[in-house]
Structures are given as structure tokens and as C-alpha cells.
Write a protein that binds this ligand. Structure first.
Ligand code: NAD
Length: 369
């Protein structure tokens, strides 16, 4: 099998995205000039919840170009624990109301926003105004307007904005992109994709519209949407959708399950689904002129694997996707180059997800420009 990093070049219209991010190239020059050999990008994590605790902080210890230098939290008790565990000095500990003071702190180059979706813009904009680069978790925000505000703020501050799309750095997904780009099975025609799980705690923010922006589509369906976009390298032009609810009490504010279809300019059709009420939905299957390939699981932190119609298996050694994503972000800053996962990429997903919600609500197909 081909080395995974060769296929990175092919991933998701790199050229288009790079072009979209080029405005950063000039403004990042001063950072690149500051790049002393061996310099590492100092990260402050905003939001010390599950993802920061169990994935991002451990991943930071494995990076080559990053170091954990600060935290932003509303919980003083958590600050004490993190301070002890990661040797973070008091002067690098902030809360959501004093983030602007980071402007005077050279230990912190970048803020990784890992708070609930509906707070991303607030925290990202505060970080940008303090002169920090911003890596923001998916989904970028809960509305197109807030995504645009984040892009504008980072642009005005001359700072890089990237979205935490970890699968853009993951070998099995990159291999599937290569299969399409190199037309190993001919032209792609149909994609089936889905991601969902059974939601436990009924009190969490993921079920609150204001903080989550929506249900499983915003949380995990976005991975299936992303897969259709990076596999095709195209933007959907038509979407339709259907929503269903079997537990209207638990899912009073957000959708429980949603299925949607998309048409791409080349004629590819995608059938996608997402749910907060079933286990095991974690796959995509792509059908082309002369064969097919599939990943199942497709979107996990590790263990993604699949197979092909010619009998070959798609499998690579696991990597730490968060470490790869953060190292790439740091290298973009240090080397003054654009990211392949810019804010514009996050905005496109949010725009499409809003169209999917509209289609499901109205029962009408929605055209995307
Ligand atoms: P979480 O609930 O475990 O953590 C959220 C953190 O935000 C907590 O520390 C909480 O204290 C803090 N917070 C600040 N203000 C808050 C408020 N008003 N209400 C609630 N919490 C508040 O959530 P998580 O699973 O760590 O998710 C955080 C972000 O990361 C989300 O945007 C999510 O979509 C994203 N995420 C991405 C991945 C991935 O694979 N890339 C995986 C999980 C989560």
C-alpha cells in the first residue's frame, strides 16, 4: 500500500483551501521570522472537559512542535489539578473573562478552543484579539454568522485560524481519498456514510440548542458530511433531509436522528445519516464505476479500517490524530504556510448543515450556491 503521507497531497482540494487561506501568508511572516530553530508553539487550552483531558493534553505531550503552556477555565479547582499535573505557572492560568490579558503573555502563542459549540466564537474572538492564533474544535460554531465573525476576527488580528478536523491527518481516511483521486475503481458515483451513537446523560450541553446548535448532525454527523466532501473534493449543490424522533422528551431541543441526501456537481449522490439513539453507526462506503471501498469504523480516534472490492484491506498503524493536527497547525505558524483546515472549511460545513436542517424542516430540497 502507498505511504499514507503521499496521499496527503491529494486531500480535500488542498490547492483550493490553500488559496483560500493565502491572506494569512503575509500576516504570518512576522511569526515565521520569529521561528528560532527548535522553537515550539505554546498552546493554552480553553475548556478543560472530556476532550481536553483525555485526548488533547496527552496528545500535546507527544507533539514535536507544540507545548502546553497555559489553560483557560471557569473552574479554579480544575486549574489547580492541571497546574500540578502539567507544571503550568499561575501567570499562565486564565478564565473566560480575563482572556484579553493573554496579550501580554509570550508563553502563549495559540489557543485551542475546546468549549461547547455555541461558545467557540466568543472564545476564539477573545483569543484573536489577544493576538493569539486559534485552533477551534468542530463544529466551528452554531451559525454561519458566528463562523464568519471568527474568520474576520482572526484576519483582523493577523492570526491563523484552523478547525480541529483530525481525520485530515489520519492514514485510513487519507488512503480512501487517494483511491478516489487516482480513480483506482474509476469515477465515484455513490457514497453512503453515517456516524452516530447512543447519548447517555440527558442533562448535558449536547442536548441544549443554545450551546450545541443542533443534535447529532452538528456533533458527529459532521464527520459523515466531511467524508463526502473530502472524498469527492467537491461541494454539494442540492440537499434534502428527513428527521425523526422516538424520544421527544430527551430530544426536546435537538434532533434525535436525521437522514440526508446530497448531490455533487460531478453527479455523485451521497446518502448520509446520524443519530443520538443507536450504537455502531460509524462508516462510509463509496461505489465507483468498477468497484467499491468502505471504512468501518471510519471516524474513530484509532482502529479505523476497511476493505475494497478487490479483496485488499485498508488498514494502517494508528497515529495520535490530535498530535498530528496540532503539529501541523504549529508548523503552519512556524513556516508561514496556510493550513489545509482553515476557518473557511469549518464555515462551509456549518452552511451545509444549516441547509440540511432547513430541508428536513420544510420537506423541500435546498439548493446550495
Ligand atoms: P465537555 O462537556 O466534556 O467539556 C466542555 C468544557 O467546556 C468543560 O470543561 C466545561 O466546563 C467548559 N465550559 C465552559 N463554559 C461552559 C458552559 N457555559 N457550559 C458548559 N460547559 C462549559 O465537552 P467535550 O466533549 O470536551 O467537547 C468540547 C468541544 O470539543 C465541542 O465543540 C465538541 O464538539 C468537540 N469535540 C471534538 C471531538 C473530536 O474528535 N474532534 C471529540 C469530542 C468533542
Amino acid at each position: 500500500m502507498k505511504a499514507p503521507f503521499q496521499s496527503r497531497r491529494d486531500f480535500i482540494k488542498t490547492a483550493t483551501i490553500a488559496a483560500a487561506s493565502l491572506p494569512f501568508a503575509g500576516v504570518l511572516t512576522s511569526c515565521a521570522q520569529n521561528a528560532a530553530p527548535g522553537r515550539k508553539i505554546g498552546f493554552a487550552l480553553a475548556g478543560l472537559g472530556s476532550l481536553s483531558t483525555y485526548q488533547i493534553a496527552p496528545a500535546l505531550q507527544k507533539t514535536k512542535f507544540c507545548r502546553l503552556t497555559g489553560i483557560i477555565t471557569g473552574h479554579p479547582d480544575k486549574a489547580e489539578r492541571w497546574k500540578a499535573q502539567y507544571d503550568i505557572p499561575d501567570k499562565n492560568i486564565y478564565n473566560y473573562d480575563n482572556m484579553e490579558k493573554m496579550a501580554d503573555n509570550p508563553d502563549i502563542d495559540a489557543v485551542y478552543v475546546v468549549t461547547p459549540n455555541g461558545l467557540h466564537a466568543d472564545h476564539a474572538i477573545k483569543a484573536a484579539k489577544a493576538g493569539k492564533h486559534v485552533l477551534c474544535e468542530k463544529p466551528m460554531e452554531v451559525s454561519v454568522e458566528k463562523c464568519q465573525q471568527m474568520i474576520d476576527a482572526c484576519k483582523a488580528a493577523g492570526r491563523l485560524l484552523a478547525i480541529g478536523y483530525r481525520l485530515h491527518f489520519e492514514p485510513t481516511n487519507l488512503e480512501c481519498v487517494r483511491l478516489v483521486r487516482e480513480k483506482v475503481f474509476g469515477d465515484l458515483k455513490v457514497i453512503n456514510a453515517g456516524f452516530g451513537f447512543r447519548m447517555g446523560d440527558p442533562t448535558q450541553w449536547r442536548l441544549k440548542r443554545a450551546l450545541a446548535g443542533g443534535g447529532p448532525l452538528m456533533d458527529v454527523g459532521i464527520y459523515a458530511l466531511q467524508a463526502t466532501r473530502y472524498l469527492t473534493g467537491e461541494e454539494p449543490v442540492l440537499v434534502s433531509g428527513v428527521e425523526t424522533k422516538t424520544d421527544p422528551v430527551k430530544f426536546s431541543e435537538v434532533e434525535e436522528s436525521l437522514a440526508w441526501q446530497m448531490k455533487f456537481p460531478s453527479g455523485v449522490i451521497a446518502n448520509c445519516s446520524t443519530t443520538y439513539n443507536a450504537e455502531g453507526l460509524d462508516y462510509y462506503a463509496a461505489y465507483a464505476d468498477n468497484g467499491w471501498f468502505q471504512l468501518h469504523p471510519a471516524y474513530n480516534y484509532d482502529g479505523n479500517r476497511g476493505n475494497r472490492s478487490d479483496g485488499q484491506v485498508i488498514q494502517f498503524p494508528d497515529i495520535d490524530q490530535f498530535a498530528a493536527e496540532m503539529d501541523d497547525f504549529a508548523q503552519c505558524i512556524l513556516e508561514n504556510r496556510p493550513t489545509k483546515v482553515p476557518g473557511e472549511e469549518g464555515l462551509r460545513d456549518v452552511k451545509i448543515m444549516m441547509a440540511i436542517y432547513e430541508a428536513a424542516k420544510t420537506g423541500k430540497t435546498v439548493e446550495l450556491s
